[in-house]
Design a protein around this ligand. Structure first.
Ligand SMILES: *Cc1c(COP(=O)(O)O)cnc(C)c1O
Length: 460
């Protein structure tokens, strides 16, 4: 029986996990390697060396199940970790649930930057510092990743250069100021700092930018300077691995609640926060020791897992990265301006896509209006103000609970509250004032962007 006298479990620092879980060796089927787009051969560590330090490249391809978390990273994690896990008692009450359906959420909004992203920004900064790197470059859309990396660079005394998509740079000035407060240098992208940026500006001086363009700018600077590396906030294996600290803590916390989740839910942009909470539970299913269900939630406006196709595609718009096997909408997909800026990516982490393909993970998409309705219902009951991204997970969790009540079934639901929405007040304003609109994706628009898929490798 679950503990009914507990609302939140806060683990002591002594129970902070000391190793991350790497799911690669446990994934079903033969692993599909990333391919070099020129040769169609698997990319080797040497292809990645201009951009990433060796330690992260080794983690990217590691077949070790457990990767020790370095002491200096643990020390910084302790600034906000272990993060709390809540039983959403007041949300349950507001939904009219009576204890047969139980809702739990892991709260990552307590980190300095306000999301799960510092879980990987901090170790990435650490390994770069160890390798003698002086400066990190990256891109940011909504600003969550740029904030997290700026904070992490400040903790390890690294320079940080952020290319922020111009439309966000103009609409979210406080995210920019947050990064500058931590000492980062922030440019609106496309910028005049790089050849990639200048090329775009020459063709279209009014360009408002895109994540794909910003990636090209950040990569260019890192590739040209030996003392500079590039850092990515999602999608890659090492990022998903770092995020498993979320799920490893959550497992211990669910044990403290004396309850076991039937379904684990998270939102998916590039897949890292959902990988983070779910992979440690997936490990038990892959070993045959549990029957947990997994539900990935995404926006209807950028429906990678629910309407994309499983193929090799580029990670960026310009088509410069290795080809990755994943569900994709096509790398030149231009997502509509939904408020969940962190969920507007054309692909997803290959490991997560593999689990969806294998039928072990389910996926569902929602329009943003019902997502904001769920966000309000949550914040009026639980108090915390979720970012638009995890509000997708909240909507999924509420629907699971109501479906179970309808069927008169017991259901224990765990979801990831991966960030607060304190910089998303204009989105809430739009919802509250009735000006929020939905962006259903037309079939012909999807068909057009799928045309950008590169030639596929011959079947082995
Ligand atoms: C970046 C971000 C996301 C999306 O990225 P994932 O890699 O899928 O986690 C979701 N929520 C928040 C709060 C984010 O900052």
């Amino acid at each position: 029986m679950p503990r009914e006298d507990v609302t939140k479990v806060v683990l002591p620092e002594s129970e902070l996990p000391t190793a991350w879980y790497n799911i690669l060796p446990d994934l079903p089927g033969e692993p599909l390697p990333p391919l070099h787009p020129g040769t169609m051969q698997p990319v080797g560590p040497e292809d990645l060396a201009p951009l990433f330090p060796e330690a992260l490249i080794m983690q990217e391809v590691s077949s070790e199940r457990w990767i020790d978390i370095p002491g200096p990273v643990l020390d910084i994690y302790k600034q906000w970790r272990p993060s709390p896990l809540y039983r959403a008692r007041r949300l349950e009450q507001s939904l009219g649930l009576t204890g047969k359906q139980r809702l739990y959420y892991k709260w990552e909004g307590v980190s300095p930057a306000g999301s799960h992203k510092p879980n990987t920004a901090v170790p990435q900064a650490y390994y770069n510092k160890q390798a003698g790197i002086r400066k990190l470059t990256t891109e940011t859309g909504a600003g969550q990743w740029g904030s997290a990396l700026s904070y992490a660079c400040a903790t390890f005394d690294l320079e940080c250069l952020v290319f922020m998509v111009k439309v966000s740079y103009e609409h979210k000035p406080y995210r920019r100021v947050m990064m500058q407060t931590w000492g980062a240098n922030v440019h609106a992208s496309p910028s005049n700092e790089t050849q990639a940026g200048r090329n775009i500006l020459e063709k279209n001086p009014e360009s408002t930018g895109s994540l794909g363009i910003a990636i090209s700018e950040a990569v260019e600077i890192a590739a040209q300077n030996a003392d500079t590396s590039y850092a990515l906030g999602s999608v890659l294996n090492h990022v998903c691995t770092h995020q498993t600290i979320i799920g490893l803590e959550a497992k211990r916390q669910m044990e403290a609640f004396e309850d076991v989740p039937d379904v684990v839910i998270g939102c998916v942009g590039g897949g890292s926060n959902y990988a983070g909470i779910s992979y440690p539970f997936a490990m038990d299913v892959l070993e045959g020791n549990a029957k947990t269900r997994f539900l990935a939630v995404e926006p209807e406006a950028c429906p990678t897992l629910t309407r994309g196709i499983y193929a090799y595609d580029f990670g960026d718009t310009a088509g410069t990265t290795p080809l990755m096997p994943m569900y994709t909408l096509g790398h030149d997909f231009v997502p509509p301006p939904v408020h969940a800026g962190g969920l507007r990516y054309h692909g997803d982490a290959p490991s997560l896509c593999g689990l969806v393909k294998a039928g072990m993970y389910e996926a569902r998409a929602y329009m943003q209006t019902p997502v904001f309705e769920a966000a309000l219902q949550f914040s009026r009951a639980e108090g915390f103000l979720p970012a638009p991204e995890p509000s997708h997970a909240i909507k999924g969790a509420i629907d699971e609970a109501l479906a179970a009540r309808e069927a008169d079934e017991e259901r224990v639901i765990l979801f990831n509250m991966c960030g607060h929405g304190h910089f998303d007040m204009s989105a809430y304003d739009a919802f509250l004032s009735g000006t929020l609109v939905d962006f259903p994706l037309a079939d012909d628009a999807l068909d057009a962007s799928l045309q950008s898929l590169p030639p596929q490798p011959a079947p082995a």
